[in-house]
Design a protein around this ligand. Sequence first.
Ligand SMILES: Cc1cc2nc3c(=O)[nH]c(=O)nc-3n(C[C@H](O)[C@H](O)[C@H](O)COP(=O)(O)OP(=O)(O)OC[C@H]3O[C@@H](n4cnc5c(N)ncnc54)[C@H](O)[C@@H]3O)c2cc1C
Length: 434
Amino acid sequence: MPHAQSRGAAAEIAVIGAGVHGASAAFHLARRGLDVVVFEQGRPAGGPTGRSSGICRAYYTQPFLARVAHDSIAFLAGFAEHTGGGDAGFVRTGGLYLHGPDDVADARRTAATLVDLGIDLETLDADEVAGRFPGIDVGDGAGNGPGADGRDGNVAIAVREEQAGYADPYRTTWGFVTAARAHGALVHTDARVVRIAETPGQVELTTADGTTHRARRLLLAAGPWTAPLAAQLGITLPLHAERHVVAVLGPACAASAAGGGTSGSGSARRGAPAPGIPGPDADAGVIIDVAGGDYAAPQPDGGWLLGGLDSTPPVDPDTTPAPVGDAEFAQLAEAALRRRPGRPGEARARAGGWSAFYDVSPDWQPVIGQITDRVWVDAGTSGHGFKLAPVLGDHVAGLLAGEQPAPGLAAFSPSRFTTGDPLTAGFGTARILG
Ligand SMILES: Cc1cc2nc3c(=O)[nH]c(=O)nc-3n(C[C@H](O)[C@H](O)[C@H](O)COP(=O)(O)OP(=O)(O)OC[C@H]3O[C@@H](n4cnc5c(N)ncnc54)[C@H](O)[C@@H]3O)c2cc1C
């Protein structure tokens, strides 16, 4: 049967935004047999999603999100089976989460809670980290760690997650769009929604070309542009945009051939390779260095994506994020190389980088739920939402389809900021761990 919209009728559900969240929700709605139409102002994954580092871990302090991330990783690993085609580019590398002394109790408690949920995590003390991953500098335990910016960088405890890895946000999003279309969804690209109005029976959307579209329910999944859209309905969502940087460090190569590369140096107390003798590779996979304030995700070519864990000042999402500056690159590269010095004689060169916006909520946790009679929101993923999307999209689709919500989902409702029930997130200033 032709799609309702092409027959001039109101669609059952409209989605604004084809980042990974809108695309996933559209897929899960369409596979339920619902009549879905998606509006994307550019191309799928053309916004922040396409610039995501794509790190996938289930190590979350919120048990609901940990479970969602755990199930999403399985979804990404078996993407073709779950969506009927496509490949999310998931690579299982394992993940290692490094904490300083202040986090010992919280990290142990978090890991124990998640292990009880069936998530495979292991805690390691600093000696165990050094023994298993001798390429990592854990510091000397006396305040002389490989940190920067006033952090000593000493590792007191680490959490190991063998199932963690990274996926390709672009392929994931397009995979969802293709699968949603195969289930009958209409996906309009280059279709910016400029006006939303709600009437008792439906929602009207006007796109930039002046066309008006109608739907019975609407999902706002517009990332950093969600709050201005909600404001058109008289709803204030306390979301702000932050610019964040990804620096790309090239594969290791001989220092003499690297021509100006940033050479590795370090002071690993345990397991340091002798000068001139290649040391064992640190086979840790994704490293989230809470003690140092940054992360590193390995890439298929042997290079690394590097980023920071802390918040940055609010910015206007309608501006273009500035390219990665030399000082920003140097800060991330130096931090990564202090932590993971590599083999003597190796160098790594700058291989690019980019910046993009996080859509950040006051507690750094996603904002999911109903905001008016006919409008729902899935936004505020605060820099950690890529790996949540495959299964969170199913929960969001369930809300729009009128199904009983999963226990735990209600805690992410936008109303939590007015009822005084914000969530906690992450460890210290690294709230991005969720
Ligand atoms: C640099 C960076 C690194 C990250 N690294 C990780 C990571 O390693 N792991 C992880 O899990 N998460 C990571 N994230 C976070 C993750 O990428 C986001 O949480 C996720 O991509 C958000 O997806 P989304 O669909 O909600 O939003 P978006 O990607 O922002 O998509 C929203 C879409 O809505 C469209 N839109 C907006 N307004 C309109 C309108 N008026 N009409 C039509 N369309 C509109 C936009 O064009 C956009 O395509 C990172 C994010 C960034 C920026």
